[in-house]
Design a protein around this ligand. Structure first.
Ligand code: 13P
Length: 248
């Protein structure tokens, strides 16, 4: 039985005090034994939020990680630095990174490997654009994004990762993939992994992201191959985020 997980991605939102307040409000709604909940926060506030989440069920993540270990890479944040700031997770390959900042399948795979080298669980974000969906290339895009990582890291590396399927057209648009559309791609991803390792396919968490709200979370999470969610907008409000977590 796979453990489900709900992760918030705060993106570039809020201030230090708002982040601290939000993390505290989320924790206030959790019970001691709760598991499978995390927030990926702006890197400059990681240490502030680390102090809040320490010894609570709320885990911490970065929103990206460098594709090199250390050195002359101005503006990048290494996996070691994330680890020092208390991160359990790091997003890699979020579509906003791929679209606006030129992250490629190869650099995403390198980020994935760097995270794992430091014992950080990479959350590999994959998903098609609207144009790709409409031209029936969704599965081909998923194959390319997934295979780049398998090629560099090896299939066994997926055992210590989370995969987030986030159709680009559903992010921040209010247009969620239907439960069946999401399930279809999650099932495909799991089948592709199963072709290389059934055990890893059975255990890897594959979460859905794209306009998940308290009102639609339960139906999405009920799908057999959907193991939780990566939540953007609705994770900025503790009540909504907790309602989504409780929908699992
Ligand atoms: P929204 O939930 O705002 O659509 O964002 C999804 C996302 O990009 C999470 O990483």
């Amino acid at each position: 039985m796979r453990q489900s997980i709900v992760m918030g991605n705060w993106k570039m939102n809020g201030s230090r005090s708002e982040g601290i307040e939000l993390a505290n409000a989320i924790i206030a709604g959790l019970n001691d034994g709760d598991k499978g909940i995390a927030v990926c926060v702006p890197s400059v506030y990681l240490s502030d939020i680390e102090a809040v989440v320490k010894n609570t069920p709320l885990a911490l993540g970065g929103q990206n990680v460098a594709d090199h270990e250390s050195g002359a890479y101005t503006g990048e944040i290494s996996a070691f630095m994330l680890k020092e700031c208390g991160c359990t997770y790091a997003l890699v390959g979020h579509s906003e990174r791929r679209t606006y900042y030129g992250d490629t399948n190869e650099s995403v795979a390198a980020r994935f490997c760097q995270a794992q080298k430091e014992g950080i669980i990479p959350v590999l974000c994959i998903g098609e654009t609207l144009e790709e969906r409409e031209s029936d290339t969704t599965f081909a895009v998923i194959d390319e994004q997934l295979n780049a990582v398998i090629h560099m890291a090896g299939i066994d590396a997926l055992a210590n990762s989370v995969i987030a399927y986030e159709p680009v057209w559903a992010i921040g648009t209010g247009k969620t993939a239907s439960d069946e559309q999401a399930q279809e791609v999650h099932k495909y991803i799991r089948q592709q992994i199963a072709a290389k390792s059934q055990a890893i396919a059975d255990n890897v968490q594959i979460v859905y992201g794209g306009s998940v709200k308290p009102g639609n979370a339960k139906a999405i999470f009920a799908m057999p191959d959907i193991d939780g969610g990566l939540i953007g907008g609705a994770s900025l409000d503790a009540t909504s985020f907790l309602a989504i977590y409780k929908a699992i």
